[in-house]
Each structure stands twice: as structure tokens, then as C-alpha cells.
Design a protein around this ligand. Structure first.
Ligand code: T5A
Ligand code: NA
Length: 213
């Protein structure tokens, strides 16, 4: 009973980055490590391609002949997050740690890289649960374009990825934004940096009383 009363909400972690930077690899690693650490953990990947809206998004991403305006595509990606928003709140309320493989920031960065206004892109996502930490996997050089499987989907073109990178950087002033450089680092090394971002973020959540507050 007491533990019910004092149960704190779970931590919300988003892993972000350009295509092929290792988001899914690191999400899986983080989930396993959190579970070993005794956390009750849940993974949600965006786009979530199995929902009603997610199925349309999947067709859009995999079938280059499928026509959709950039605005429509953007709103579908956002709607896909809203489909899952109550589930995220519920899991956090149950004390679960929730790890997101892409989220709002991909939504805004990819669409604004196509030329849509940044603020317009942001507005349909306003009100979604805000992550405690956003771990942004980034590269200095274009190493990830060499990675296996790159180029299979609609957006995987180097020039476009550069534009997406510029838009992602606009989030770098947010206090929950934690960049991790992946250049020349193996999966284990990146995993250690990702883990440090998580542990630092949970320490920050328990910050001290400030003088004068
Ligand atoms: N999109 C998405 C929007 O436009 N708006 C939105 O709102 C959202 C949510 C699909 C597309 O949708 C767009 C963005 C995307 O273009 P997706 O399904 O997440 O989004 O697809 P991808 O980003 O293409 O995801 P990938 O699975 O291709 O890339 P990951 O997850 O970043 O990379 P991962 O972990 O699969 O690794 C890629 C390869 O690199 C190796 C892995 O083994 C793998 O072969 N690798 C490493 N190699 C060397 N060193 C390391 N440190 C490595 N880490 C991984
Ligand atoms: Na992925």
C-alpha cells in the first residue's frame, strides 16, 4: 500500500538521430541494461507502423510511387505519436521506464528539412509527453551513409540527411537534449555514452534544493 502511495512515475527516454546512426541498436542495448538494473521497461518505436495511421506511414516510406503532400505526411507522423500518447502516460504512471526509438524531434527535423516551417512542424506535437532525456546520436563526418542498408527508404539520401541534421541541431538548447558522437566508436562504446546520459538525467531529476528558492 505504502509503495503504491509513494510510487514515482517512470522515466521517459527518447533516442534520436539521423538514419543509420544506430538508434535501434542502442535502444535495444539500453532496454536490456535497464532490465538488468531491475527496471520495468517498455519500448515504443516511431513510426509505430502497425496502427491504422502507422500502416499508411509504412506505405509512404516504402513505396516511392505513393503520393502524399509533405504537410499530410507530417501530420500523419504526428497523429501516430498521438495514437500512443495515452499509453505512454499510463506506462509512466505505472512506474515503467519508457524508451522511445525516434519521437517528436524526428518529426520536426525531417519535415522542416523538406522546407516546411519549423514552428508549423512543431505545433501538432505540442502537448505530447516531454522526455526526461533525449539522447541524440550524431556524427561529425558522413560515416553513417556507408552503413549497411542505407538508401532503401525514401529519405536516405546524403544531401537530405545534411538538411535534417541542421534542423535537429535547433533542439540543442533544450535542457533535456544530450548529444552523443558516434564517429569511430563501436556499439559498446556508444552504449556506455548512452548509459551515462541516462544516469546523468536521472540524477538531475533528483536535484538539490537551490539557495533562494
Ligand atoms: N520519420 C520518422 C519522419 O519523417 N517523421 C517522423 O515523425 C518519424 C518518427 C523511418 C523514416 O521515417 C522518418 C525518419 C526515417 O527516415 P525509422 O523506421 O526509424 O524511420 O528508420 P531509420 O532511421 O532508417 O532506422 P534505421 O533502423 O535504418 O537506423 P538506426 O536505427 O539508426 O540504425 P541501426 O541501429 O539499425 O543500425 C544501422 C546499421 O549500423 C550498424 C548496425 O549493426 C546496422 O547494421 N551499427 C554500427 N556499426 C558500426 N558502429 C556502430 N557504433 C554501429 N551502431 C550500429
Ligand atoms: Na531504426
Amino acid at each position: 500500500f505504502a509503495s503504491y502511495f509513494f510510487m514515482t512515475r517512470g522515466t521517459l527516454i527518447a533516442i534520436e538521430g539521423l538514419d543509420r546512426t544506430g538508434k535501434t541498436t542502442q535502444t535495444t542495448k539500453l532496454i536490456n541494461r535497464l532490465a538488468q538494473d531491475g527496471k520495468d521497461v517498455e519500448l515504443i518505436k516511431f513510426p509505430e507502423r502497425t496502427t491504422a495511421i502507422g500502416k499508411i506511414i509504412n506505405t509512404y516510406l516504402t513505396d516511392k510511387t505513393f503520393q502524399l503532400s509533405d504537410e499530410s505526411a507530417h501530420l500523419l507522423f504526428s497523429a501516430n505519436r498521438w495514437e500512443l500518447s495515452q499509453k505512454i502516460y499510463d506506462l509512466l504512471d505505472q512506474g515503467k521506464t519508457v524508451v522511445l526509438d525516434r519521437y517528436v524531434y524526428s518529426g520536426v527535423a525531417y519535415s522542416s528539412a523538406k522546407g516546411l516551417l519549423f514552428d508549423w512542424c512543431y505545433s501538432p506535437d505540442i502537448g505530447l509527453p516531454r522526455p526526461d532525456v533525449v539522447i541524440f546520436l550524431k556524427f561529425k563526418e558522413e560515416e553513417n551513409f556507408e552503413r549497411e542498408g542505407f538508401g532503401d527508404e525514401r529519405y536516405e539520401v546524403a544531401e537530405f540527411q545534411q538538411k535534417v541534421k541542421i534542423q535537429f541541431e535547433k533542439f540543442s538548447g533544450q535542457d533535456n537534449w544530450k548529444p552523443v558522437f558516434v564517429d569511430g566508436k563501436n556499439i559498446e562504446e556508444v552504449g556506455e555514452l548512452v548509459w551515462k546520459c541516462y544516469t546523468d538525467a536521472t540524477k538531475q531529476a533528483l536535484g538539490p534544493v537551490q539557495n533562494g528558492e
